[in-house]
Design a protein. Structure first.
Length: 225
């Protein structure tokens, strides 16, 4: 599902919720009688108070306290995400587009998407201790070497970074140590997560068996033009 379709889904869902709200109001009015006094209604709960629509909402806008989207796959021209869970809060949709006051997205970046940063033939997989393993063939010191690097995965400057902690190029130990500095940059990955609205910032990452789980958060995120 491309993110454009996701945004269309959010807008359509907003319209459907408005229709349901009107219908529920009609049924409630028809099935209830006038108030007869008695105890005053209890004050709204904290959750109800938080869900109150903004006072400056225009007549041509629709406000949703929460909007949840779950998708097995989100695909864009340059990337693929799996097991996507998005929660928008304080969402306003109108003629000028749809904006989420707060948007939280959790998604898995498949290993093959991360591996594309280093070119064809690179393989990225999970390693022990929550680390990632990168295997690729590089040219260094006039030789073609099969490099296996194991390192940490973290978020840095909004990017998903795989940073080698140990590098093995095969052969005698002194040969590996002598060439490690040369090949380190060739097995370091810096990946920008694509296919999501602008305004989301990568907060945290974790290695899983099927990819790297990413946590992104943003405020005043525009979902559609």
């Amino acid at each position: 599902m491309e993110w454009t379709r996701v945004k269309d889904w959010l807008t359509g869902a907003a319209g459907m919720l408005l229709v349901l709200a009107v219908a529920a109001g009609v049924l409630w009015y028809a099935g209830s009688g006038p108030a007869t006094g008695g105890e005053a209604a209890p004050p709204p709960s904290t959750r109800e108070a938080e869900a109150e629509a903004p006072s400056n909402l225009r007549g041509d806008e629709l406000w949703l306290g929460d909007q949840v989207l779950d998708s097995e796959t989100v695909r864009s021209a340059g990337s693929t995400l799996r097991d996507v869970h998005a929660v928008g809060k304080d969402v306003v949709t109108g003629p000028e587009g749809t904006v989420a006051g707060r948007l939280a997205v959790d998604a898995t970046v498949p290993f093959d998407v991360v591996a594309r940063e280093l070119g064809g033939g690179t393989v990225v997989s999970a390693a022990d201790g929550g680390q990632a393993r990168v295997v690729r063939t590089v040219e260094a010191l006039g030789r073609e070497l099969r490099v296996t690097a194991t390192g940490t995965v973290h978020a840095d400057g909004g990017k998903l970074v795989v940073e080698p902690r140990s590098i093995d190029v095969g052969g005698p130990a002194f040969f590996s140590e002598g060439t490690a500095a040369v090949v380190r940059s060739l097995v370091t990955i810096e990946h920008d997560i694509e296919g999501l609205p602008e305004g989301l910032v990568l907060q945290d990452v974790a290695v899983r068996d099927d990819g790297i789980r990413a946590t992104l958060r943003g405020q005043d995120v525009r979902l559609s033009p």
